[in-house]
Ligand binder design. Structure first.
Ligand SMILES: [Zn+2]
Length: 247
């Protein structure tokens, strides 16, 4: 009788080197070898080989099962938590942290042939994240303002990119910067402004337990940064969008 040993692709950098048995360790080795950071809000999709994501999900489920055991929960007899580990692993890798493990959604950009240069804003865009410090939700809204540059993208694409960027463990200040970087890469605007207003469950659910507190932060780049009247126009448009919502 012969046994089949599953073939694991090693990538050129690891030819001949003994592989770590754990998929998370293999991915980490590739990241370290390439000098790519793997902070909580980094995307690491390029370092996950085909077929490894389900394996990673199984590994996370195993660890989460151990966490439940460490919390002295009888997962073998408790019908409610029996498959919680599998559910949480799937939720992390496929939903709430998908922006770490999956490639950016395809966004087509087009040349700005009409040379549009009037500013416009999009929002509110719902953003959902989790704080890196406590792994509890951050829920809020985002507004994006653009003074078009050499390329344009469809309005719905801002929502897709924001969802991808925010679906990682974050702190709000960095999330806004990372989103700005991605939008700049996609459409090279002359001016870009982003505002995020969000509630942090690490302040609502635990800690100081302030249910109404929210955090607002913004980033302005290019012409929005250098031209105070343009920056003011951006904030005014967003104020109008917000008042339209509440009227
Ligand atoms: Zn927190």
């Amino acid at each position: 009788m012969t046994t089949t040993v599953p073939f694991v692709s090693t990538g050129a950098a690891f030819g001949g080197k003994k592989l770590s048995p754990k998929v998370s360790a293999r991915i980490r080795e590739r990241l370290i070898a390439s000098g790519h950071s793997f902070l909580a809000n980094d995307n690491i999709a390029d370092f996950i080989e085909p077929g490894e994501l389900p394996e990673l999900q199984d590994e996370v489920a195993d660890k989460f099962r151990e966490l439940l055991r460490s919390l002295v929960i009888d997962i073998d007899n408790d019908h409610n938590t029996h498959e919680t580990a599998e559910r949480v692993a799937k939720m992390y890798l496929q939903e709430v942290f998908k922006g770490r493990y999956h490639q950016q959604p395809k966004v087509a950009s087009f040349p700005n042939v009409k040379k549009l240069d009037e500013i416009y804003t999009v929002g509110p865009i719902t953003v959902r994240s989790a704080c890196s410090h406590h792994f509890v939700p951050i829920m809020g809204n985002c507004w994006i303002g653009i003074k078009p540059g050499s390329r344009v993208i469809g309005l719905s694409k801002f929502t897709r990119v924001a969802d991808w960027v925010f679906s990682r463990p974050h702190i709000q200040e960095e999330a806004v910067m990372i989103l700005a970087d991605e939008i700049e890469k996609l459409c090279e605007p002359q001016g870009l402004g982003i505002i995020v207003k969000a509630q942090h469950y690490c302040m609502k659910w635990r800690g100081v337990k302030e249910p109404q507190t929210s955090m607002i932060n913004s980033v302005v780049r290019g012409d929005f940064r250098h031209d105070p009247s343009l920056k003011q126009e951006f904030f005014e448009l967003i104020r109008q969008q917000e008042s339209l919502l509440s009227s």
